[in-house]
Design a binder for this molecule. Structure first.
Ligand code: UDP
Ligand code: MG
Length: 319
């Protein structure tokens, strides 16, 4: 099979028939063999009935139905598990992404050798309020910096194309769909590209991602990814190092405070009580914090030792 199209959706009943027809038109025109996997993320409208209807008319249509709303990342994860095509395309269900982009996206994977090609919504900003565009710019700049993928303008675009290996080797969870290129890079897929794509205004319904908290969550997710990437397999190296360093500094400072006091006593110089010396408390705090950080590293080490993933490496080839 040439292409799997994965479409996560939450309450998008009006768009589905049009989207399916459009994808079918593009696939037939290019002679691709394909499947469309609709992942119904706990919709409360008639989306699932619409998918069943489409499925009965078109054998390429497949459906996964969640019992409740889990989020876009879990929906993508289940779609990825089921995908059989050589190239996997993800797109939103709201008709904002255009299926006309599929042939070129596929060509970039198959001919240019990209592992992942992300869409870049060039013309989208016109309609969007500043409260959406400014955080998005900030968000992408941070994501570029942390992930080291400097050629992507738009991490969170729903329209993306992947080589099948990529989707079978990454685990999208929580709200990590915003960082799939970073996940792919961490899994060892280095050739990540971008294609400017057309982006329409939403035709039906309204956006399922609103409000500011998504940016707070987005940054926290980025932080955990960065941490997992850098220290996930060796927590002791970071916590143990900082902890030991702090403890040593504290210890030396405490010793200096003590030595100073002893020196003063021996030479009859009047000196204040050790407990009146602010350095004493700073030293004490550093020793306590240092010990705690060290213990955190040790616990992290124990946790990662017990994790079933501890020896899960991505092997590209064996001969
Ligand atoms: N979506 C989903 N589960 C959710 C929220 C959204 O599957 O909990 C789907 C939604 O139906 C759409 C896609 O994710 O197909 C992108 O959502 P939306 O268009 O609302 O986001 P925006 O374009 O405003 O960023
Ligand atoms: Mg949308």
């Amino acid at each position: 099979m040439d292409i799997s199209v994965i479409i996560p959706l939450f309450n998008e009943e009006e768009s589905l028939p049009e989207l399916q027809a459009w994808i079918q038109r593009v696939m037939l025109a290019n002679g691709f063999s394909y499947e469309i996997i609709f992942v119904n993320d706990g919709s409360t409208d008639r989306s699932w009935q619409v998918i069943e209807q489409l499925q009965s008319e078109h054998p390429e249509v497949k459906g996964i139905k969640f019992r409740r709303n889990y989020g876009k990342s879990p929906a993508l994860y289940c779609g990825f598990e089921r995908a059989e095509g050589d190239v996997v395309i993800t797109m939103d269900a709201d008709l904002q992404d255009s299926p006309d982009e599929i042939p070129e996206l596929r060509r970039m994977i198959v001919e240019d050798g990209y592992d992942l090609v992300s869409g870049y919504k060039m013309n989208r900003r016109k309609g969007d309020p500043l409260s959406k565009t400014i955080p998005t710019k900030l968000f992408n700049a941070t994501a570029r910096m942390v992930s080291g993928i400097h050629n992507l303008h738009d991490f969170n675009c729903g329209l993306k194309a992947y080589r099948r290996d990529v989707v079978k080797n990454i685990e999208v969870y929580g709200e990590m769909h915003r960082y799939i290129p970073y996940l792919a890079k961490n899994a060892g897929f280095a050739k990540i590209g971008e294609k400017p794509v057309h982006h329409q205004a939403r035709k039906f319904g309204k956006s399922k991602f609103m409000g500011w908290n998504r940016f707070v969550n987005g940054y926290l997710d980025l932080l955990s990814l960065w941490f997992l990437d850098s220290f996930g397999l060796k927590p002791m190296h970071v916590f143990g190092f900082i902890g030991t360093l702090m403890f040593m500094l504290g210890f030396v400072a405490a010793a200096a405070v003590g030595a100073n006091k002893v020196y003063c006593l021996m030479h009859g110089v009047p000196a204040r009580l050790v407990t009146d010396n602010p350095y004493f408390y700073i030293a004490l705090t550093m020793m306590i914090l240092g010990t705690q950080l060290f213990v955190a590293g040790f616990l992290g080490e124990l946790v990662s030792r017990n994790s079933s993933e501890r020896n899960k490496y991505h092997i590209e080839k064996e001969i």
